[in-house]
Design a protein around this ligand. Sequence first.
Ligand code: ATP
Ligand code: MG
Length: 652
Amino acid sequence: MSNESLANLLKEERRFAPPAELAAAANVTAEAYEQAKADRLGFWAEQARRLAWATEPTETLDWSNPPFAKWFADGKLNVAYNCVDRHVEAGNGDRVAIHFEGEPGDSRAITYAELKDEVGRAANALTELGVQKGDRVAVYLPMIPEAVVAMLACARIGAAHSVVFGGFSADAIAARIKDADAKVVITSDGGYRRGKPSALKPAVDEAVSRVDGVRHVLVVQRTKQDVAWTEGRDVWWHEITRKQSAEHTPEAFDAEHPLFILYTSGTTGKPKGILHTSGGYLTQAAYTHHAVFDLKPETDVYWCTADIGWVTGHSYITYGPLANGATQVMYEGTPDTPHQGRFWEIIQKYEVSILYTAPTAIRTFMKWGDDIPAKFDLSSLRVLGSVGEPINPEAWIWYRKNIGGDRCPIVDTWWQTETGAMMISPLPGVTETKPGSAQRALPGISATVVDDEANEVPDGGGGYLVLTEPWPSMLRTIWGDDQRFIDTYWSRFEGKYFAGDGAKKDEDGDIWLLGRVDDVMLVSGHNISTTEVESALVSHPAVAEAAVVGAADETTGQAIVAFVILRGTANAEDEGLVADLRNHVGATLGPIAKPKRVLPVAELPKTRSGKIMRRLLRDVAENRELGDVTTLTDSSVMDLIQTKLPAAPSED
Ligand code: ATP
Ligand code: MG
């Protein structure tokens, strides 16, 4: 980004008031902002009391050695006890914790009492395998309940887990095992994806053969496919847990005891091992899940479609919902197996009332067509959430209308692996929402937008998103690399956490996320965000999804190149369409943002967590050799895009 601040081009006038009924009974009201503003640490101390502590903390924040924070440092708790046992002790053992829906259609309901027994057995099994407090355990599992059980079992005995997304390669697993020095790996024979069993254990076998120090591989049986077996090292989950007692006395650990390491999804480069600890993390995960989704544990059925391998799965499948005693759906497979209405069928079946998903999924559903969700009864829904990327206003409107029946509030939640929990989001019973904006820092969170010199930008201005005060679920460091932690997040602006994202404030002071600052385009001296141009393209009725990049250009410095996926009804061969799309962007955002080239493509390069990888598109647009493609879901996508490029005419 040049010294010039980020342009503010998009104007969005639509507003949606919170539903009166929801507002009247909301878990959190506008008062929370006032309370937190008056006494931020007091506010968080109060939220920490929503948890069960073995030793109540008397200290809230120790910020004597920034940026290394300690929250609730003299408190002790057991995270698994908070997520499971205390609900059973409160008389809710018969409540369903997890409605598991397997991709082939098998299902399983697990109550809190059953979950407690499973976690107890797994904790005893890990202990038998020699795992101790302070060790690391790698988890490489499909979306099955054992993934949650494994995480909680680690938490229960004080071993940090490092969950590796089940779609990653042996290389990625090996690198993560090595970096965290994991002693045990928990995996499965396989899982169901796209209608067939896909193997997981071979990648673990290969990874473990390349690194030292893994003593055991614990294997869940999911698909019953044949697996290679290393005697003495490999252990079947069902065999070892069957022998264990369901009783396990949880030990209380320090609030700052490591809970997990999670590597960022790698959109921008080499993954970083983000370290999260116990008390502060659980406080914020639980509070935000309660506040932002307005969760009523007695009546709601909650469903987060993220994978357990991402931070969203950690904070909003395992820790937040279970700490709150929620009933949730967990789905193993893909949204189009066996048909493109699978998600809506699941919502209908379990009467899901809160849905949390990602813009990438929403745009895919838009592409598949409105008629698909229309076939299902979605009337149980009452709150919708979005996370992972900026949501284009048009995708937001589509989500509200076609999934939310024009009645459900949408919470667009901005946060990161590093922040551990939600940071900027509307509150469904308070906020008048604006399509495409995450709006306001949550109570107790301090976020703003600054310019190059760290000055806060005025309303209407754009720049860099920063967090100005420490928060309970903040990362504590990058595993094994304190210096990289300081350099990456705390060096750009003194005393402030720099998130790496561009943002703007609108006339009301609400925050709009504008994509990563590394992706910002510099066109004729103007910093233009990818998000605004993409949103303008998606607001054209022919476009479902768009990715734009700045490619080197002799006259303008960079020129905007747009890759678009058309909606089912649009025709890619239509000669006039490309000109139409360019003009549409020009008319929406002004001539400066008019793309030089628009290329209809069938797919976009995405990370395994579904985020668009613009740096690869930039390589293509500048005819460079492609950079690292290992985090890509499907590398053949790039071949397809590359073959399109020379054929496309370059415009004026
Ligand atoms: P890496 O840091 O390795 O490149 P990553 O940033 O993709 O990976 P995550 O922590 O999963 O890894 O993603 C956080 C990022 O996702 C944010 O910094 C932001 O760019 C984007 N993001 C998440 N939620 C939102 C949202 N609601 N609106 C806009 N952007 C979002
Ligand atoms: Mg990141």
